[in-house]
Structures are given as structure tokens and as C-alpha cells.
Write a protein that binds this ligand. Structure first.
Ligand code: PLP
Length: 388
């Protein structure tokens, strides 16, 4: 008999009833050190007092109004996003998938309004943009698309990191190039800064839009507010979600005025997107994370964590191969199945997340303490020893 919850997930037999910072506390009282953060979502940890205050203060006033009206909290969040990024404008969504859908619509509308027949969006193997029909077509991954055809047309998947393949594929007919500066689900695979600069140059040469999906790697995760800042380039359109709500469902599409020009009244909408409750929390997250001192701390901790992880890999050469990633978006390339390491982690009361390319993901809250990093590595060490 089918479970009452549609069984699309293989779930671990653990339920959490509360959280405190980097700790998630299970219904039996066990304290788990959380290096998953709900998959890069809880950037400020669980039950962060600033976010609880922002949420409860707004909850006592008004939760939801339609986008038929002015929403000051949404304007505040959009102001912060524009102030701290390349963007001239932002549309607030409830998730990353919704952001990807709007990004795709925005690309299509842009070329439609230019009167140009450009429909092809170039994407990359290992990409993840969500689970909607458009987003799975953009990913092209067999395991996500199988059985869900016919796929939405207009996407072409290229090998990840292969600039020659991109040079061969891009043309004056290309609508956009869409990618994650650091692939998350694909296995914590950063694109070198030089490659991102070259991709920007190729887009400029052919007039194509550059669309970055920073749903997982954005919001301070890599040590900059957005990962593309390392390369010194800017996209035309960017998707944001996960960390932006600090745990509350929230996403955004950021765009330049030029890329967004076609999205006039009536072309897009959302009932919930940009509601006062979500935006009050999102604005508070932005105020905290988009701060140079906060990001400097992320980088300091990331260097500490990475150094310890290098030691861990050296101590367990049969389990781990290498450390990869940027900032606190870290991956351990494994020699065993990463799901086995995740399970061994549960036994040590440690939460980690598997990814493709045989990689274990470590995505701690950005405000994890030095002592918690030390404790996390000790637990990983015991987990790896139990597999040896
Ligand atoms: C998680 C993710 C998405 C989808 O976001 P949802 O909020 O799950 O819809 C899109 N792109 C990337 C890079 C992601 O990591």
C-alpha cells in the first residue's frame, strides 16, 4: 500500500523536533551536528534568534497579501538584492524551481521582443535547476527526465567544464548559457574563475544571455555573497533561493534592466511569491549575510575546515579521495559510496548530504563555530574509521 506521503524520497529513520544553531535535535533527544543545513538552506543555523524575531514580529502583523497591492517587505528585500548585486530588478519566488522557470521565461521573452529567432539554451551535464518540467529539461540528466517526456524543447546539454564544446555549440542563434558557478547536486564542482570569464566573453561575442543559477552556491555559501563575484564578472539573469530564506521558503530571480525588459505587467505572477512573511525573513537574512565582516568570518572558518578535511582525507585514503569546493560549500570525493558515509555519519550523530560524482556534501550553517568544526571533523573521522 502506498504511504500517505507520496514516496518520492528515500528517508532516513530520523525525525527532528527542534534545532539550535548547528544542532538538530531528534524526537528521541539525540543531538545531531548538522552539516547539511537542510541542503544549504539554514545559512544562519536553526532557530536563529534574529530570524525568529523577524518572523514572529511579521507573523503578528500580516502574513499574506496579493501582489495586486504594494508590499513594503518585498520592496525592502528587492532593494537589498539590487544594492548588493549586479541586478537592477528582482522577482521574488517561493523556491529555486520557480526561479528557474521565470529565468527560462525571461530568456524566451527577451529574444521574442528582440524579434530574433533564438530559442536554444545551452546547459551542462551534472546541472540541477529543480524538478519542474522546464527545469528537468534544462538538466537533461537521465535519472530526472526518464518517464517524463516529451521534454520541453530548447535545451542542449554540454559536458561540464568543456570550453571547447561550448565554443563549438554557441552561435548567434544561442539564446542563453545557463549554469551553476559551483555545481551542487552535481557533486560540488566549481567552475574555474578563468572559465567563467571566458563563458561571459563568449556570451558577449554572440549576444547570448548569461544566466547563473546560484540557488545553492549563493547567499554567502562560497565566502562571497554570490560565487560569480570571484571571477569578477556579472550575469544577465540569476536565480537565488535556498539560503536566502534561512529556512523559510523563498527564492528570487535577479536581472539587469535590459534582460528583464520584456517582463511587463501581466507576463508573470505568483500568488505567494513576495509575501510579507517570507520577505521580512529574507530581508533580515540579507542584512546579516551581505555584510563584509560576516563574509570574512565565513572565509576564515572555511580555511580552517578545509585544512582539517585535508588531514581527514590523508588519514582515510581508502574512504576519501580529495576535498573540493569553495568556502563552506565543501565536498569530499569518496572512494566508497557517499551514501554509506552519510549512514556512518548518522551513527556518529552527524548530518551530511550525498551528491553525484561520488561526492559527500558538507554544507554547514555559515555561522558554525570553530569548536563545532573541530567536533564535525572528529565525527567524520569516526564515521570513516567505521567504514575502514
Ligand atoms: C535546490 C536547487 C534548485 C531548486 O530549488 P528548489 O527550492 O528545490 O525548487 C535549483 N538550482 C539549484 C542549483 C539547486 O541547488
Amino acid at each position: 500500500m502506498i504511504s500517505h506521503v507520496l514516496p518520492t524520497y528515500n528517508r532516513a529513520p530520523i525525525a527532528f523536533e527542534k534545532g539550535e544553531g548547528a544542532w538538530a535535535i531528534a524526537t528521541d533527544g539525540t543531538r545531531y551536528l548538522d552539516l547539511g543545513s537542510g541542503i544549504a538552506v539554514n545559512v544562519l543555523g536553526h532557530a536563529n534568534p534574529d530570524l525568529v524575531a523577524a518572523l514572529t514580529e511579521q507573523a503578528g502583523k500580516i502574513w499574506h497579501v496579493s501582489n495586486l497591492y504594494q508590499i513594503p517587505q518585498q520592496e525592502r528585500l528587492a532593494d537589498l538584492l539590487v544594492e548588493h548585486t549586479f541586478a537592477d530588478t528582482a522577482f521574488i519566488t517561493n523556491s529555486g524551481t520557480e526561479a528557474a522557470e521565470l529565468a527560462i521565461k525571461m530568456i524566451r521573452k527577451y529574444w521574442h521582443d528582440q524579434g530574433q529567432d533564438r530559442i536554444e539554451i545551452l546547459t551542462f551535464e551534472g546541472a540541477f535547476h529543480g524538478r519542474s518540467t522546464g527545469a528537468i529539461a534544462a538538466s537533461g540528466a537521465e535519472k530526472m527526465v526518464k518517464g517524463f517526456g516529451p521534454l520541453m524543447p530548447g535545451f542542449r546539454t554540454l559536458p561540464w567544464g568543456d570550453l571547447d564544446a561550448l565554443k563549438a555549440a554557441i552561435s548567434d542563434k544561442t539564446a542563453a548559457v545557463m549554469l551553476e558557478p559551483v555545481q551542487g547536486e552535481g557533486g560540488i564542482r566549481p567552475l574555474p574563475d578563468a572559465d567563467l570569464r571566458q563563458i561571459r566573453a563568449l556570451c558577449d561575442k554572440h549576444g547570448a544571455l548569461l544566466v547563473l543559477d546560484e540557488v545553492q552556491c549563493g547567499m554567502g555559501r562560497t565566502g562571497r555573497l554570490f560565487a560569480h563575484e570571484y571571477a569578477g564578472i556579472t550575469p544577465d539573469i540569476m536565480m537565488v533561493a535556498k539560503g536566502i530564506g534561512g529556512g523559510f521558503p523563498l527564492g528570487a530571480v535577479l536581472a539587469t534592466e535590459k534582460a528583464a525588459a520584456g517582463m511587463v505587467a501581466g507576463t508573470h505572477g505568483s500568488t505567494y511569491g513576495g509575501n510579507p512573511l517570507a520577505c521580512a525573513v529574507g530581508a533580515r537574512v540579507m542584512e546579516i549575510v551581505a555584510d563584509d565582516a560576516f563574509l570574512a568570518e565565513v572565509n576564515r572558518k572555511a580555511a580552517l575546515f578545509r585544512q582539517r578535511l585535508e588531514g581527514l582525507v590523508a588519514a582515510h585514503p581508502d574512504v576519501f579521495e580529495s576535498v573540493r569546493g569553495q568556502g563552506l560549500m565543501l565536498g569530499l570525493k569518496c572512494k566508497v559510496a557517499p551514501t554509506d558515509v552519510v549512514k556512518a555519519g548518522y551513527a556518529q550523530h552527524l548530518l551530511t548530504v550525498p551528491a553525484a560524482d561520488n561526492t559527500l556534501r558538507l554544507l554547514p550553517p555559515l555561522n558554525i563555530s570553530d569548536d563545532e568544526i573541530t567536533e564535525a571533523v572528529a565525527r567524520l573521522d569516526r564515521a570513516a574509521a567505521s567504514l575502514g
